[in-house]
Design a protein around this ligand. Structure first.
Ligand SMILES: [Zn+2]
Length: 312
């Protein structure tokens, strides 16, 4: 099994996340990552790479793909990328990692940072959230990043918010039509839309069932949408947003080839059931409660990731 959506942070961030974010100028990250639920429970942990490896062993995950963050400042992208290069170097058999980029440094610096990341063993870009950091989807720097990723065969992971969900602190609207446009503008770059892509294939056009109606009622724009070849969806944070019926519903719409298992560890996916983040419980949801066939489960949990990471 390969987990395509994991976040780790360097020890200096883990030691004092809120203090670091205040010093480093990352208020949005602090809002999302250091908040507590009404019960007082933290929404996520800050594990070391060793703790991640233990959680992977318990869940039967052979490889994790570490995703960067949509940092507002370029120097924080550099910090994250250097930490991830160390993780990949120390555990090449268990860990892959994607690079963080921020437009604040300018196009040359961004492309130079991507070169650095590639030379140091990283193999994709993201998690990016242009909407969260005020980066226009038409920005030429974003286009340059997506084009470079396409040249290298690198997947790019993009954060997508479920449009019809309740509000939570730090929630950012991410209009679904923007992702359809990015996919069309960069047909040679594999785009992985996180969190089931906010159910994009179920909401935009197509079957136009009850889901689309609720989306339009909520102010969403329904557009004609045919699924482009370069679009993939990960399952990160699924139990916090959807019931286990999402697996069959989504696969019936787009096919298992487009879905990638990703947990969003160390986010706690089952706050009512456990105090700690736990990949194993989510892996068990896919294996035992998704209603998918053994073949579909294998495609989602392993084959698609291998193909995208070039590890067949
Ligand atoms: Zn994430």
């Amino acid at each position: 099994m390969i987990d395509m959506h994991v976040h780790l942070y360097p020890p200096e961030i883990n030691a004092d996340p809120a203090g670091w974010a205040a010093r480093a100028g990352e208020p949005h990250w602090a809002t999302l990552s250091t908040r507590r639920r009404k019960s007082g429970q933290p929404v996520q942990g800050f594990p070391s790479v060793e703790e991640l490896l233990r959680a992977m062993d318990e869940a039967g995950v052979e490889r994790s793909v570490l995703l960067g963050w949509y940092w507002e400042r370029a120097e924080n992208c550099r910090l994250q990328n250097r930490f991830y290069a160390d993780c990949v170097y120390a555990h090449p058999d268990r860990i892959s990692a994607f690079a963080s980029v921020s437009p604040s440094a300018g196009e040359d610096a961004v492309l130079h940072e991507l070169d650095w990341a590639r030379e140091h063993g990283l193999c994709g870009v993201g998690e990016l959230s242009p909407h969260s950091i005020g980066w226009a989807c038409e920005d030429p720097i974003l286009a340059a990043v997506l084009a470079r990723a396409g040249d290298w065969g690198w997947p790019v992971n993009l954060h997508v918010t479920e449009p019809v969900s309740r509000d939570y602190p730090g929630k950012v609207e991410t209009p679904l039509a923007d992702f359809a446009q990015l996919a069309a503008a960069h047909p040679h770059t594999p785009l992985i839309l996180a969190h089931w892509g906010g159910r994009l294939p179920l909401l935009l056009g197509g079957a136009a069932g009850a889901d689309t109606a609720a989306y339009v009622e909520d102010g969403g724009a329904a557009v004609d949408f045919a699924l482009p070849q370069n679009l993939y969806f990960d399952t990160a944070a699924s139990p916090l947003i959807y019931g286990p019926d999402i697996w069959q519903k989504f696969v019936a719409r787009v096919g298992a080839e487009r879905v990638l298992f990703g947990s969003d560890y160390p986010l706690n996916l089952y706050p009512a059931l456990s105090a700690e983040p736990d990949i194993a419980r989510f892996a068990a949801e896919l294996r035992e409660r998704s209603g998918l066939t053994a073949e579909e489960i294998c495609v989602i949990s392993t084959d698609n990731a291998r193909r995208l990471l070039g590890r067949l």
